[in-house]
Design a protein around this ligand. Sequence first.
Ligand code: ATP
Ligand code: MG
Length: 659
Amino acid sequence: MTDHPGQGAALDNLLDESRTFPPSQEFAAHANATAETYARANADREAFWADQAQMLHWDTAWDQVLDWSDAPFARWFAGGDLNVAYNCVDRHVAAGNGDRVAIHWEGEPGDSRAITYAELQREVCRTANALSSLGLAKGDRVAIYMQMIPETVFTMLACARLGLPHSVVFAGFSSEALRSRIDDAQARVVVTADGQFRRGSVAPLKPAVDEAVAQAPSVEHVVVVRRGGNEVAWNTGTDVWWHDIVERQSDQHTAEPMDSEHPLFILYTSGTTGKPKGILHTSGGYLTQVAYTHRTVFDLKPESDVYWCTADIGWVTGHSYIVYGPLANGATQVVYEGTPNTPHQGRHWEIVQKYGVTVYYTAPTLVRTFMKWGGDIPASYDLSSLRVLGTVGEPINPEAWMWFRDRIGGGRTPVVDTWWQTETGAIMISPLPGVTHTKPGSAQRPLPGISARVVDDNGAEVGRGEGGYLVLDEPWPAMLRGIWGDDERYRKTYWSTFADRGFYFAGDGAKYDEDADIWLLGRVDDVMNVSGHRISTTEVESALVSHRDVAEAAVVGASDSVTGQGIVAFVILNGDAAGDGDSGSAALADLRDHVASEIGPIAKPRQIMVVPELPKTRSGKIMRRLLRDVAEDREVGDVSTLADSSVMELISSGLRTGA
Ligand code: ATP
Ligand code: MG
């Protein structure tokens, strides 16, 4: 941890928010979770989680809800057996819901496919038989390097069915990123596609796999889905077409029960703060919590809702809230292959209208992008089917939250700001849409069954109106079971900071407001120290974004001989402001004053730079550490998980010309 000159509280509390939105009576009357849910969980946490686990199908009952004797390595529902894929697919068919659509898949070029649960069962069985025919056995690892197509879901579920831990790697990561992940997990098979549709054209995927596999001796086979139709090089020894191997298989397969702690997948974190970590998740506890949170946070009604999570499947949100959570609950959902502005900026709203989407879960970065494109675009579609909106990935600035609720939710839908991490596996802190009086910008309360606190350097809980570090002080079912192959790094990264208290250190700053609601304030690594005040990046960014000319903002602390650190802001201006040539010094001075009046003179940026883009991970998070490198005039660090690596050059060259 960095040093903390401001003794006691780790962060200053600057931004105030007092708007609240209670759920409508009608929503509250039919909600899956009520105030009673908190009471039951508080009365007996383990009994509460056992009740949630009971909603799944177990082949063998567990002996113990939680075995924490080897902390920090947890065992949940110890001694129990279940099959994750059976729970996500077969169970619904057996219950008579085989005709329900599981996935409305929408391809970027406009092709589409509706897949019922019965069909999903046949596809997953075929895929499982195909993987078995390649000689894979329980415990072997499979790497998946594929875009948002049905075969990706089939493969993940087939792996789960066979007990093959999967490692999904964002399609679009470099061959080196893929190689290192294949190598780390010693994957025996890679499943990929020839190419993917991206902004209207085909981006090849297979060449990156070829390059990676050439240096990854653990790989015996590469299975290739034909999607892009682009020409690919072929290695006859290893490569096999999906349509050759999968389609000829039987669509019958009996799922074998797995131990509750059998590894389900490995997934690498976004790499926002440094080298990605291979996070390990297991079966019973993970499935219990993703199903429970999906049911309660989104108030899911499987018979009537059409749910859509816009995340990529290569990110944990795609694992938990496209694949495992929704399918465990028998939901009907939309899966969209492409980018939000192909072929036009209304694509998402067109899809909402087409399928009558009721629950829409996305990232703050996308909300800010929609704001930048303008409210007229969503206004020309029928969005009246929407009833719950959610965000994840970064703090959502209050102004973006308000825009989301008003322009997309018609001023009527609850907005749930969900805090969680790859490591937590499932949502941890979030409003409940039928209970909570929501507040723009705050994730508010730990969910029933979850415990989180904001503490100071010594691990003592801070008071209302004070900031500090976010910790999780009780184990939870979907918690990571370690970092793949590196127990030491697991202990050190998450459990050493507050070792004497046994807290999990999340790495995020947070504060309590006067109602004891939690506000996430960005990474602890990103906290700025200006003349002894510890200021969160999030609060300054929110102040900037609340100015009408600013579409997006990223703030970093750069070393300053006078103040210790100085605040340097990178802003993207809104369409109008960017166009009128008024990004000169007067406009920037106005922005600095705006920050001072919103949160106080101490937070006034030393410097504001107008940029065309911000560096983001594939999951849409701003990589402040790279901007800090720019602000301090250093060579920029690891960019391997950046969505678009040319952005850094764009930013640096713009700066040199004095923007
Ligand atoms: P790495 O750990 O490699 O740096 P990462 O932390 O970006 O990558 P993820 O697990 O995808 O990888 O992201 C989790 C982080 O995202 C959280 O620790 C938090 O900083 C941020 N986050 C997620 N949801 C929210 C939210 N609702 N509000 C604020 N921050 C959020
Ligand atoms: Mg992280």
